[in-house]
Write a protein that binds this ligand. Structure first.
Ligand SMILES: NC(=O)c1ccc[n+]([C@@H]2O[C@H](COP(=O)([O-])OP(=O)(O)OC[C@H]3O[C@@H](n4cnc5c(N)ncnc54)[C@H](OP(=O)(O)O)[C@@H]3O)[C@@H](O)[C@H]2O)c1
Length: 268
């Protein structure tokens, strides 16, 4: 698996699995937690090591269970969780109890990456919460810290007003909404980009163009999207409940899109 070097020197796999409906009744985001690890078991079996969860997904414990059940060393995994950007996660005490709960649910004594899930309309307050997370980097309980859904101004504020630079910004990115401007800004500032929702909002017309491009490589529209992002150094976290889907999504390292194909895709 190709890795990306974060601005603190730590390596992250360029492809991982999303989890936001895993371990839930009816594969429903709001469904009850079942503690069924089947989706994660198959992902781990296929070689996925980057796992993206969040406090608001309520399934950190499912991730913790799957990782411990796998029998693989904890160090083999790169686990991301996210602290909500909502009231209730603002004071030092609140942040501390959230991180403690995540550690317990994930059954681990450290977390690879913690993101602020969403920004809110108060940069100073965000920087304060960030400073609490920085203390966890200092003591090694969190290896890296980053953000999610931040725009250029919000990430720029944090870069200029914090001790530790965000390693990564996790943003929505897919055909029709590639978000080139923020990607360019972050990459220029050594902040990695991770794309969420890489496959979920693609219309049939776009799928057709991507399937045409993929034909000569024997790849589908979904694989072409993931390959496109990887070739421009964007980390991807597709999610599939099907083992075949998971296999397809990780089978994107044996072909290379041409410059012209990259150009066509960039305009979709
Ligand atoms: N930071 C944030 O605010 C934020 C927001 C949303 C999501 N996320 C993270 O990003 C992850 C991924 O985003 P997502 O779950 O919204 O959507 P996604 O990964 O873009 O797409 C998932 C959908 O695509 C289908 N799919 C997956 N692989 C496929 C393939 N090879 N061929 C055809 N269809 C395929 C899945 O159906 P099947 O299950 O039937 O394969 C599912 O319906 C989430 O799980 C979560 O971890 C973060």
């Amino acid at each position: 698996m190709k890795q990306v070097k974060l601005n603190n020197g730590i390596l992250i796999p360029i492809l991982g699995t999303g989890t936001n409906t895993f371990g839930k009744e009816n594969n429903d985001y709001y469904g009850n937690i079942t503690n069924d690890t089947k989706e994660l078991d198959s992902a781990i079996d296929l070689g996925y090591r980057l796992i993206d969860t969040a406090i608001s997904y309520r399934n950190e414990s499912v991730v913790g269970l799957a990782v411990s059940k796998s029998g693989l060393d904890r160090e083999k995994f790169f686990i991301t969780t996210k602290i909500p950007g909502t009231e209730g996660f603002r004071t030092k005490k609140q942040v501390e109890s959230a991180i403690q709960e995540s550690l317990t649910n994930l059954k681990t004594d450290y977390i690879d990456l913690v993101l602020i899930h969403h920004p809110w309309d108060n940069n100073e307050e965000i920087a304060k919460v960030w400073s609490y997370l920085e203390e966890y980097v200092d003591n090694g309980v969190i290896k890296s810290i980053g953000v999610s859904n931040f725009n250029i101004d919000q990430i720029n504020y944090l870069i200029n007003n914090s001790r530790i630079k965000p390693v990564l910004n996790q943003i929505e990115s897919h055909p029709g909404f590639w978000q080139d401007n923020i990607i360019e800004f972050c990459h220029k500032n050594e902040v990695a980009i991770q794309a969420w929702g890489p496959l979920s909002k693609v219309n049939d017309e776009t799928k057709e163009v991507l399937n045409q491009i993929g034909k000569k490589y024997n790849k589908t529209w979904a694989q072409v999207i993931l390959r496109y992002q990887i070739q421009r150094n964007v980390i991807v976290i597709p999610k599939s409940h099907r083992k075949e889907g998971q296999l397809a999504n990780i089978s994107v390292f044996d072909f290379v899109l041409t410059k012209e194909e990259m150009r066509i895709i960039s305009e979709l």
